[in-house]
Design a protein around this ligand. Structure first.
Ligand SMILES: [Zn+2]
Length: 150
């Protein structure tokens, strides 16, 4: 796993990503709304509760139906899911990169919309969500001119 992904995973697991609610808590002025749907953004909202995010999960190769899950906090959900996917993976088919790549894609897209005023979010996230090869090839994924910020 690349250092960039490693840092991202650590921040996810420790609720240390600068989500908008975390920025507000740190008294950093920001617009608290989710860039995808307009509801209030939090870590849980961004990765699990947002309607757009739910669609991404269900159309991803993991086919996760988030609405049917209880809603644990994202850090513990991520840790449990990572361990579970690691357990059921074999050498030929690793599943955990899909989990990390999907969350990474959500995060990078959110930042691109905020900082680069990028349009066409649904189209481009769709490509990531339905093409497992793009998801499991980390180098390819990060080279998609998606920026370096996490
Ligand atoms: Zn949302």
């Amino acid at each position: 796993m690349s250092q960039r992904w490693r840092t991202f995973c650590w921040k996810l697991a420790h609720d240390a990503l600068p989500t908008r609610d975390n920025l507000v808590k740190r008294k950093i002025k920001t617009n608290p709304t989710c860039v995808f749907c307009g509801n209030k953004e939090s870590l849980d909202h961004l990765f699990l509760d947002c309607e757009i995010t739910k669609r991404i999960w269900s159309s991803s190769p993991l086919g996760l139906k988030i609405s049917a899950c209880p809603s644990p906090s994202t850090p513990s959900w991520f840790k449990n899911m990572f361990i579970y996917l690691h357990k059921i993976s074999d050498n030929h088919k690793q599943l955990w990169p899909i989990l990390v790549a999907t969350m990474w894609a959500i995060w990078i897209h959110k930042n691109n919309i905020i900082f680069r005023k990028e349009k066409g979010f649904r189209e481009s996230i769709g490509i990531v969500a339905i093409n497992p090869q793009n998801l499991t090839n980390e180098r390819k994924l990060t080279s998609w001119s998606w920026g370096d910020t996490i």
